[in-house]
Design a protein around this ligand. Structure first.
Ligand code: F6R
Length: 262
């Protein structure tokens, strides 16, 4: 894992946005895996600003979101489809039919899950998978004890996750109990992963992800098995890391260092 520790939350989120933009600049027909949540709001705000400032076109980009609540209309104010439109898609020139979010309702979530996996395979897989990390170590809605080789499926959300996402709903009772989520195996099949975590409440999960054993108890720890992962965190999220000095030595202030510069 490449561990990049930034002094502030803003620096970390700006860096993550820059990495997404560079991916599109290098490969205008990129397939991006995208995430939602509080962390990504600022990442997307920076990304929109950079896109407009540098006149980058998203017209060739395809996206697949990680997850969606199950049992609400997809145009509900709290759906992840609504979130993505508001925080990203409405502001860039992406073709709306090239943006994919798992189904939020239907007759059979298993059919919806298989259709989503098929759609990802049909475009040749994800080039760059953006991820946030839950306080309990979840990625997507792969809650602790999820199979590390899982594919897209319906998952029961933990009470902690429902409480953390309560802010998007009027009442806790309104937060759906289920979600369709891309699996950990699907995430591990992507070409590259970029995971962003900031704030002290993510410190324990970040430590387990980077330095803990690979375990379904911390789904993000499965990323230790991926060959191309960049972890972008701030100092608060990094505060429990035992090898902090090493990470900061390798990437001072989160910067990339070319071996030829050493
Ligand atoms: C949502 C998702 C989740 C979030 C995670 C962190 O699409 O993938 O795994 O990234 O729950 O959420 P925030 O950023 O709100 O702390």
């Amino acid at each position: 894992m490449k561990v990049l520790i930034f002094e502030t939350e803003e620096d970390a989120k700006r860096d993550a946005a820059g990495r997404l933009l560079r991916q599109i600049q290098l490969s205008p027909t990129s397939v991006l895996g995208l995430a939602t949540g509080g962390t990504m709001e600022a990442v997307y705000a920076h990304l929109i600003q950079m896109t407009l400032h540098q006149s980058v076109s998203w017209s060739g980009v395809t996206t697949f979101n990680l997850d969606e609540y199950w049992g609400i209309p997809s145009d509900s104010p709290a759906s992840y489809r609504t979130y993505m439109n508001a925080h990203l898609f409405d502001h860039v020139d992406i073709t709306r039919s090239s943006t994919h979010v798992p189904a939020s309702n239907g007759r059979d979530p298993r059919d919806a899950a298989q259709a989503y996996e098929d759609a990802i395979s049909a475009v040749g897989g994800i080039d760059l998978q953006l991820l946030g990390i839950g306080k309990n170590g979840h990625i997507g809605f792969n809650e602790p004890t999820s199979s590390l080789s899982s594919t897209t499926r319906i998952k029961t959300l933990t009470d902690d996750t429902r409480r953390a996402n309560r802010r998007y709903f009027d009442r806790l009772e309104d937060v759906p109990k289920y979600a369709l989520t891309v699996g950990i195996g699907t995430i591990l099949s992507s070409n590259e992963c970029l995971i962003v975590g900031t704030g002290p409440e993510k410190a324990a999960a970040v430590k387990s992800m980077i330095e803990g054993p690979v375990s379904a108890v911390c789904p993000a720890s499965a990323l230790q098995m991926h060959r191309n992962v960049t972890v972008v965190i701030d100092e608060q999220a990094a505060q429990d890391l035992e090898l902090m000095d090493y990470y900061q030595h390798v990437h001072p202030a989160g910067q990339e260092v070319e071996i030829s510069d050493v």
